[in-house]
Design a protein around this ligand. Structure first.
Ligand SMILES: [Zn+2]
Length: 350
């Protein structure tokens, strides 16, 4: 009897199903709270883990602890694939502290340079990266995929300033944004697919790269889920990108004073299919532009650490968004008939 009760409890807990993985497990995505940095953990139905960025270095190892905790909550004992979208400290500074807590098997980046003009401390972080990733590192080019078992696809659509298909300046519909000389413009952008579910993770790409991805042709295609580019900052999140990607749900990994505001929130609403915007934090900087509290993971000014958790149902016809691992799920239909990418990269011959 006790065993039956336990079994029912485990099944009912769903998300907390822990280390067991089988064909019926949903795809899970945890957008951890890096307080204006980035760290998104994806666990596939096969139990494989992909981490996109790993937060900042902190004396209290806050970000590394939060990512390690998310991995534990999702029942994964190691990070199979770590993608560093670009070499800014809010995206890779926490690497050394994370590696002390959980094993990392493979590393992906947009190409390593010896120096980064905007960060004098870059060589110190690079030394950590080189040591940890030696022999396990790969540079992702647009069109490359991260090798995953099962039916999940994770494909690079932008890297090192280049977009899938090479981009073009044919489109004159929008004036170009000022050139972005920083590493943001070289960020890796990824498209995640499982059956009909599609999600976009653009790192910190800025407006010219965003524009090249969708104009003159939409090289990304429409998506169900859009993780806001660049934490929801206004130098990214081009209105045309939102119009063309047309997500049902936007998740903004903003900080209390980073991301959001009029231009960003207006751009999100260019998506005709949009049903909800979720924020990691209630913005203190743009109070008039916050979504209602029930869509914000950390509402109080001192609230911190609650992630946004997305899961694709086992039937793969809906996806759910929760605030925290145990929050009540808000369910969305995975739209059939989304527009496919217009210019696919050549398919690799087996
Ligand atoms: Zn960033």
């Amino acid at each position: 009897m006790m065993r039956q009760i336990l079994l029912v409890f485990v099944l009912a807990a769903g998300l907390g199903a822990g280390p067991l993985h089988g064909q019926t497990d949903p795809l899970r995505i945890v957008v951890t709270d890096m307080e204006g940095g980035a760290g998104t953990l994806i666990v596939t139905p096969d139990g494989e883990s992909v981490l996109i960025d790993c937060g900042s270095h902190r004396s209290d190892a806050r970000d590394a602890k939060r990512i390690a905790d998310a991995a534990r909550r999702l029942g994964v004992a190691k990070i199979d694939h770590l993608v560093i979208t670009h070499f800014h400290r809010d995206h890779w500074g926490g690497l050394g502290q994370l590696a002390e807590r959980i094993a990392i098997e493979r590393f992906y980046d947009h190409g390593v340079r010896d120096r980064l003009p905007e960060d004098p401390q870059y060589p110190r972080y690079l030394a950590v990266y080189r040591r940890l990733s030696a022999g396990k590192r790969r540079t992702l080019r647009p069109g490359d995929s991260i090798p995953l078992r099962g039916h999940v696809r994770l494909r690079c659509v932008a890297s090192d300033g280049e977009v899938l298909g090479g981009g073009s300046d044919e489109c004159r519909r929008h004036p170009a944004a000022p050139p972005d000389p920083t590493d943001n413009a070289r960020s890796i952008a990824l498209v995640l697919e499982l059956a009909r579910f599609r999600a976009f993770f653009g790192g910190d790409i800025t407006r010219n790269v965003e524009h090249a991805l969708v104009c003159p042709v939409n090289r990304v295609g429409e998506v169900d889920l859009y993780q806001a580019d660049h934490h929801g900052l206004q130098s990214s999140n081009h209105p045309l990108l939102l119009e063309r990607l047309n997500p049902t749900v936007v998740v903004m990994h903003n900080g209390k004073r980073k991301g959001g505001g009029k231009a960003t929130m207006t751009a999100f609403r260019r998506a005709r299919a949009l049903e909800a915007i979720f924020q990691l934090h209630k913005s203190l900087r743009y109070p008039a532009w916050n979504v209602p509290d029930r869509f914000i993971a950390n509402v109080a000014p001192d609230a911190s650490g609650t992630p946004i958790v997305v899961s694709v149902t086992a039937r793969q016809d809906r996806f759910c968004v929760r605030l925290g691992f145990d929050g009540s799920p808000v369910s969305f239909r995975i739209r059939p008939g989304k527009q496919a990418p217009v210019a696919q990269a050549p398919v690799e011959q087996p």
